[in-house]
Design a protein around this ligand. Structure first.
Ligand code: AMP
Length: 220
């Protein structure tokens, strides 16, 4: 890992199922950056039944946003502990969080992966996750080798509660409402880049990598 990639701080924005998580993972492997997915952090807390988990469980179940104070505290403490560069996935989710992040840990780049609502719903409702290791599949686009079973660890695949249609629609609506001011905020800071998310995973990654590597060069 180069010294420079350690310093990169990237935000990935995109509606649920836009491919943020997949792209963040690819980028993290390629450049040795830490992938911090706020949704994963919160789901783990719920699974552990920690104090935080109990406090946020209901928000997650209903697809509602966890209160900003709580989110900022948890995520910023994770960022602080990270010595590597970082890719933020799922955070910031509203303007308060974006302002908080920029004040404490200014980002280098903000990438918005864009997909239509129709495509998002198709992807969300077909998504299945491993109940044990969290690996993500799709009934049509990325089916497991054996129906309903994780290729990696052999445990059962399940549908996340918030991936069910009604809640998925609510989450999409909420995303569009809260993302507008964030986009405006980052556009004004000249940090925003838009990526077409309705391409193959490989092509989306190539588009992202081009922008990230350019930024990395500028920082040298
Ligand atoms: P995700 O996996 O990113 O779709 O997140 C799943 C759920 O975690 C969301 O529906 C929210 O309840 C919660 N969550 C994740 N990130 C945030 C955030 N930055 N702010 C508030 N709530 C969040």
């Amino acid at each position: 890992m180069s010294k420079n990639s350690k310093k990169l701080r990237i935000v990935l924005l995109g509606a649920p199922s836009s491919g943020k998580g997949t792209q963040a993972e690819l980028l993290s492997q390629k450049l040795g950056l830490k992938h911090l997915a706020s949704g994963d952090v919160f789901r783990q807390e719920v699974k552990k039944k920690s104090e935080l988990g109990k406090a946020i469980e209901d928000y997650l179940k209903k697809g509602k946003l966890v209160p900003d104070e709580l989110v900022n505290k948890v995520i910023i403490s994770k960022i602080r502990k990270t010595k590597k560069g970082i890719i933020l996935d799922g955070y910031p989710r509203d303007l308060t969080q974006a302002k908080f992040l920029e004040k404490n840990f200014p980002t280098d780049l903000v990438l918005e992966i864009k997909i239509s609502n129709k495509e998002a719903l198709k992807r969300i409702t077909g998504r299945r996750v491993c109940s044990y290791c969290g690996a993500v599949y799709h009934l049509k686009y990325k089916p497991p080798k054996k129906k309903g079973i994780c290729d990696i660890c052999g445990h059962k695949l399940v549908q996340r509660d918030d991936d069910r249609r009604g809640i998925a629609e609510k989450r999409l609506k909420l995303y569009h409402q809260t993302i507008k001011p964030i986009i405006k905020f980052y556009k004004r800071k000249d940090k925003l880049f838009i990526i077409n998310g309705e391409q193959s995973i490989k092509k989306v990654f190539q588009d992202i990598l081009k922008i990230v590597l350019r930024k990395k060069d500028e920082k040298k």
